[in-house]
Design a protein around this ligand. Structure first.
Ligand SMILES: NC(=O)c1ccc[n+]([C@@H]2O[C@H](COP(=O)([O-])OP(=O)(O)OC[C@H]3O[C@@H](n4cnc5c(N)ncnc54)[C@H](O)[C@@H]3O)[C@@H](O)[C@H]2O)c1
Length: 271
């Protein structure tokens, strides 16, 4: 926790805090003596997740839908009213509703509202206040490799996460070019991680491992925090990201990694 945003007594706000990676972040921050605001849409799970942390630090838990700007503004007011500081804002809540490209209109809307607008709402509500604080602060948006390499299977999720990547890059550029601004943005990209009610399978990371990597990345002032897992090494990620970008520069079909005509080429390239 070698960075002023993680200092004891400072404040972290985490969305999607009732489960998985968000909850692991709250546990890590609480153990470091940070005050925490946990927010999620599921009241019971949130209360159960927050309770054990209350013996360690000051915790507030707020039920809010990240897709709802009024609720995010209310959350911001509550946090500043209670703690007067936000050192870390982690826009992390997400939904998964796999549907195809020409079906599931409601699933598309829901996914984009939560996974993309959730982060934008968080930034719009909190960033002006965080900038005014004139103290080091960090906005961490949770992206996904699916928003970078675009595998088939869950189009709305990929589209939202690709936009989260683009948005967070632009956000960091604007923050960097704002005079006297001490807020930085970071894109956390977990690998395969056991979360929710899933059984832990060999190959996956645990949420606590993602958070160790996240804290190390922010502490090193990294923007892209790309997590491997026990199946996918950093070198495999690097090759897949480059291959995906080269679909454009080499005039290959999109998603060529999953195209039968390119199967062998990709295997040769990545072996
Ligand atoms: N688990 C993985 O393998 C993996 C991989 C890449 C990226 N991610 C990303 O990590 C982040 C955390 O996901 P997770 O795997 O820990 O999942 P999770 O399902 O354990 O946690 C997500 C939490 O978000 C909450 N949530 C959903 N909709 C919400 C809304 N509208 N408002 C507020 N809260 C809402 C859920 O109630 C849940 O508690 C997500 O952004 C996800 O896309 C996860």
């Amino acid at each position: 926790m070698n960075h002023p945003v993680f200092a004891k007594g400072r404040v972290a706000v985490v969305s999607g805090a009732a489960s998985g990676i968000g909850l692991a972040a709250c546990k890590k921050f609480a153990a470091a003596g940070m005050k925490i605001c946990m927010t999620d849409i599921t009241a019971d799970d949130l209360a159960a997740a927050a309770e054990p942390l209350k013996s360690q630090t000051d915790v507030i838990s707020v039920v809010a839908d990240v897709a709802n700007m009024e609720q995010m503004e209310g959350l911001c007011e509550t946090v500043y009213g209670a703690f007067g500081d936000v050192a870390v804002l982690m826009n992390n809540a997400a939904t998964r509703q796999p549907v195809g490209c020409w079906e599931g209109y409601e699933a598309w809307q829901k996914t984009l509202h939560v996974n993309l607008w959730g982060g934008i709402n968080g930034v719009q509500a909190f960033a002006p206040h965080m900038i005014k604080q004139a103290m080091p602060s960090a906005i961490i948006n949770t992206g996904s490799k699916q928003g970078i390499t675009n595998p088939p299977g869950n189009p709305p999720y990929n589209v939202a996460k690709a936009a989260v990547k683009s948005y967070t890059e632009l956000l960091q550029h604007e923050l960097r070019n704002s005079e006297d601004c001490q807020v930085t943005a970071h894109l956390l990209v977990p690998g395969w991680t056991t979360t929710g009610k899933a059984d832990h399978k060999p190959g996956a990371w645990l949420p606590a491992q993602v958070i160790e990597k996240m804290v190390a990345g922010v502490s090193a002032n990294d923007f892209y925090i790309i997590c491997p897992d026990d199946e996918t090494t950093p070198e495999m990620d690097r090759q897949r990201i480059l291959w995906s970008a080269q679909d454009i520069t080499e005039n290959r079909p999109p998603l060529s990694r999953w195209h039968p005509d390119y199967k062998q080429l990709f295997e040769d390239y990545s072996s």
